[in-house]
Design a protein around this ligand. Sequence first.
Ligand SMILES: NC(=O)c1ccc[n+]([C@@H]2O[C@H](COP(=O)([O-])OP(=O)(O)OC[C@H]3O[C@@H](n4cnc5c(N)ncnc54)[C@H](OP(=O)(O)O)[C@@H]3O)[C@@H](O)[C@H]2O)c1
Length: 327
Amino acid sequence: MPYLSFELLDHSRPILVFGRDGQVGRALQVASKNLKVPLVFLCRADCDLASETSIIEALNQYQPQAIINAAAYTDVDKAESEYDLAFAVNAKAPELMARYIANMAHGIFVHYSTDYVFADTKQGPYLETDSVGPFDNLNIYGQSKLDGERAIEEAFNLARDFGHDSYADKCARYYILRTSWVYGDGDNFILKMLRMANQHKNLKVIVDQVGAPTSAKWLAELGLQIVDSRVQSGIYHAVPDGETSLYNLIIFAIQSAMSSSQEIKFTTNNVSQVLAVDYPLLTKRPYNSRLSNNKLKNNFSKIAFFAKYPCWQEQVEEYVKNICHTL
Ligand SMILES: NC(=O)c1ccc[n+]([C@@H]2O[C@H](COP(=O)([O-])OP(=O)(O)OC[C@H]3O[C@@H](n4cnc5c(N)ncnc54)[C@H](OP(=O)(O)O)[C@@H]3O)[C@@H](O)[C@H]2O)c1
């Protein structure tokens, strides 16, 4: 990763990372290994994000100047029956984090969100300016993540409205990184499908849901770059270039596995296409998960990290190469 100085951060206070053991959280641990700035990673046992008291205690204990929130209630199907828990973790917890950072000079809050805040109102890639929802058409996970986004924006808007003009250049900033189809060190769709393919199971994969698979490693590096940046606050769509269907993603992943390792014996012959409507999904998911990454590319264009913007194929190839031996 290009050099990160974090020169505007007070190095006596840590960057606090929630979600230590998640896919992005683990990738953040790897990406931050040699950084000359203190980071503290919290897991569920350290701080239960369903408990307001636990969050406030953690904030008071560590007094961070920056927070990266990689934690979330991500079980889309279970969220349908665990409404309160999903909203506590995905909406209330980020609200408390945002309120803590928003009033702090040079404070920074990086939060990950999802394409599930959109409900198939458009054919092409969604822009950050496109309307979200409609709320009632989102699944519970999408609703809770959207509530989280709104709470973060409100906390920062309030702080700006009540802040003194002379502090404008020291204003705290927030970044909501909406992403899609995340894979990394942890349970994910690509790994699950490759394992099933390796057992020569017949796979039916949805062909009419389209989006961009996004590497947790890249999202982690992006999060750290953003903490070190001076870019405008706001929502950013954080996905690699290109798009694919879930079916074509799995075909590509299997082909990558076969070309990465002589040991891999499975083929794409056992994989067939299915329409979402014919697939027994517990919870409704959007057909269109396409997110336009133009704003991210334009606003961060001066940062070396973006000199070569990745496409989804190169990220998936690298990931598959690294996990082949675990299949
Ligand atoms: N995965 C995707 O396909 C996807 C797609 C779009 C957006 N996103 C967003 O990307 C971000 C990172 O996702 P990910 O794939 O890295 O998620 P993940 O692997 O499911 O990790 C989520 C983390 O949150 C923690 N967590 C959940 N409930 C908690 C609680 N009550 N208290 C403390 N910690 C709690 C989990 O702790 P445990 O380890 O103890 O369970 C886990 O470490 C999230 O904001 C997610 O909404 C993900």
